[in-house]
Design a binder for this molecule. Sequence first.
Ligand code: SF4
Length: 432
Amino acid sequence: MTQLEWAREGIISPQMEQVSQYERLDAEFIRQGVSKGAIVIPANTNHTNLVPCGIGQGLKTKVNANIGTSSDFGNIDTELEKLWVAINSGADAVMDLSTGGDISAIRQAIVASSPLPVGTVPIYQAGIEAIAEHGAIVKMTADELFKTIEEHARDGVDFITVHCGVTRQAIARLKQQKRVADVVSRGGAFLMGWILHNERENPLYEQYDRLLELSRQFDVTLSLGDGMRPGSLADATDRAQIEELLILGELVQRAHEAGVQVMVEGPGHLPINHIEANVQLEKAICNNAPFYVLGPLVTDIAAGYDHITGAIGGAIAAAAGTDFLCYVTPAEHLSLPDSEDVRQGVIASRIAAHAGDIAKGVRGATEWDREMSLARKKLNWGEQARLSLDPKCFHRVHTKHATGGSACSMCGEFCAMELAEKYLGISVARCP
Ligand code: SF4
């Protein structure tokens, strides 16, 4: 049975119990959220070393780190190193987006090593194997695509991105739209090419029941991909994007009816003033299924700094109710991320997620900041390091310039904290 089916039966599974302990929430709250489809716990029955993680309404905003090889770089050890950098930086999930090297071996190694939920995009491997087998992605058969999905499920992958909403109708909308950046989703582009070449409907849409049955068998959470996500601010919230979202809303309903856990992916490139509306639309159309956004990136012009661009969008999206942020690294739009890019991307997204959690009133979020403020007032550097998001960075910067007193080298003997205590007599001991 899937977590959704357990929850509907009124049973609190061990995974729900673990999520409730991590979130410091009542297990019954988690069960109810899962039963309504507002919370998912991606937990493939074959992922034996998994520490379950809940994503959705009322929970901490989670952060995903994308790792994986490209056709230019296909080293398994490098990807396992990135996995550990992501874990040690505080990521809540990882996606293996490998498109180079021995894709199956890399995926299996990542699942075997990862206590975090692992996601994949099976169409990448299916497309690459179709090129090797038939000479072109468009010659891939539906059966080959489903065979790859089954392999990922059997290997213990906890959630899969499936671009079921890239339909002939959505492509017709896209053509009429006359976008600036057309399609920027790799999986979306693969499927669009397949549909147009074969003049047939998307097999993931046409055979959605087959996909649901496969997902149910291993409790793989579906992450309904946004193949029509805008890749330019000029294309944000356009008819092609909304057409796909309407289809995804219907597919969420069918997944829930089949007892399959499901979340919905979202943009992409969005102006700040579009973000809240995008979150509200997803929640309203998709029956409150958890929303998983890439960034979103709030400007197109910051390549090299897109972890910051994504964190600005991510904070606003999280505050508006987004449940899951896919990180963006400084390498976005430029190259395959290395370990340092992964670290910076995770930290930037964690800042965004936490900022959103404060606005959402997530349990413990505000208290964490208050504790840090009290430690600052006490000039308690050890406690500040412990409470900081990145203690290593904290130590490195704090010890960069030596100082004689107990304050830091920013203001030295004119430390405002010390002066206030000296002249106002306001000490932290009297703070409520
Ligand atoms: S010296 Fe300045 S920056 Fe450093 S703790 Fe005191 S007030 Fe803060």
